[in-house]
Design a protein around this ligand. Structure first.
Ligand SMILES: [Zn+2]
Length: 419
């Protein structure tokens, strides 16, 4: 069989594996929160709070969708015309057009150009956050964060680019196989190291101070059978008023993180409710599941790009001879951008299912639906979340159930548990 035949076979195997993983790992069977409870919950939220949140969300929309459209157009313009290939050549020219210069500098130039052209929309977003009082760090803090994120992307991007184009040179017929394995490996590696190498670039993390709350949280984790070394507090208040918590990392790098804003805004019982949700993610190994599906998706993307990239008309549009050369990188970015947009609703759906399961875990672990509901109200109030967002936006991009869905889930739980 030819390398191409093997690639088709591998693609089929990866699609199957991804399907099986999403059937087995995603909690599909959980019943949705009753709509009647959602409507009742919405009716009980202060009218002016809901109106204010909706006004804020509308103010964000033009910037968000503007960035989406411009990002897509730039990717298509660079990838499906010879302009992108020329940009890569230009970036490599000071180094005599050496392939490593084209691969790394050319690749980064393409990404940086797209970032710069969507920068006005990022600034728009920051101005809206400031106007509504959610952002606390001012324009200089915003600019520093932006430069840091460019630097982090450049380092990770350079490693990926040099690795990828070394493989395409060393194994011109089989690069897709090594590339797929490498991409999957990179996803797993990043899951491990992001919490210890990248997150500290943006925030300081300190162990939660000793006291009744910490004791309560550690006891709850022990009761839940989830070994937690520590609960870390992130200094999110230097950037935002928004409250949040999350779990990240794998094995030795796993941590539960709460924003300092959460500790400031919420009652200890509400913080406990939030951490119970995060323990749900840890207990159900959601980070592992996300990493596994991410790795399969990355491998699948490489094989699909190889197969698509042997399609003559596409190569002619991009003005390249082979998809494996650095000059074809903009074409890869264009294809990945389109695929990302198409996959977004499916990713959001899976995420909402996983989040609903963590909510159910929090309710069962704390046995306190009233506090859970109060916490959801507070989250929506402080973060200016639309408690019941427009349907299309929800289906397109919501990573979590809506506030009214989460409140309704608490009410359904309370009924069943007789509380
Ligand atoms: Zn969650």
């Amino acid at each position: 069989m030819t390398p191409r035949g093997w690639a088709v076979l591998t693609l089929g195997g990866l699609v199957l594996a991804l399907l099986v993983a999403s059937i087995v790992l995603v909690p599909w069977s959980r019943p949705p929160a009753p709509r009647a409870d959602q409507v009742a919950a919405l009716g009980e939220l202060p009218v002016d709070q809901v109106a204010h949140a909706r006004e804020f969300r509308s103010a964000l929309r033009p910037g968000a969708y503007g960035a989406l459209v411009v990002g897509l157009l730039v990717a298509l313009l660079l990838g499906l015309t010879p302009l992108g290939a020329r940009l890569v050549e230009l970036a490599g020219r000071p180094f005599g057009g050496h392939w490593t210069a084209r691969a790394v500098l050319g690749g980064l130039a393409v990404v940086l150009l797209a970032d710069l052209l969507t920068l006005p929309f990022a600034a728009w977003r920051q101005s809206v956050l400031t106007r509504y009082g959610l952002s606390t760090h001012g324009w200089s803090g915003w600019a520093v964060d932006l430069l840091k994120s460019y630097a982090v992307s450049a380092v990770i991007g350079a490693i990926a680019l040099i690795g990828f184009y070394t493989v395409t040179r060393l194994a011109p017929r089989w690069w897709w196989a090594f590339g797929a394995a490498g991409a999957a490996g990179l996803v797993v590696l990043l899951s491990f190291v992001l919490p210890v190498l990248v997150e500290p670039v943006f925030n300081r993390f300190t162990p939660m101070e000793q006291g009744p709350l910490r004791t309560e949280l550690m006891a709850m984790a022990a009761r839940d059978g989830v070994p937690v070394r520590d609960v870390l507090v992130a200094d999110a208040s230097r950037r935002t008023k928004a409250v949040n918590a999350y779990v990240s990392g794998l094995g030795p790098t796993r941590r539960v993180v709460v924003y300092d804003t959460l500790l400031r805004e919420a009652t200890p019982a509400e913080v406990t409710s939030v951490v119970a949700h995060e323990l749900g993610h840890a207990k159900d190994r959601d980070v592992w599941a996300g990493t596994l599906t991410g790795a399969l998706g990355a491998a699948l993307a490489v094989v699909a790009l190889y197969l698509l990239g042997s399609w003559g008309p596409l190569l002619r549009l991009a003005g390249v001879d082979s998809v494996a050369e650095p000059r074809a990188f903009p074409l890869l970015i264009a294809l990945v951008t389109v695929a990302g947009l198409v996959a977004a609703p499916a990713q959001a759906l899976v995420s909402r299912r996983v989040e609903a399961r963590a909510d159910a875990h929090a309710l069962a672990l704390t046995g306190d639906p009233a506090t859970f509901e109060a916490m959801q109200r507070r989250l929506a109030g402080v973060n200016l979340a639309d408690p019941d967002p427009p349907r299309w936006e929800y289906l397109w991009s919501a990573s979590h159930p809506s506030t009214v869905e989460r409140m309704a889930a608490a009410r359904a739980y309370a009924r069943e548990a007789g509380r």
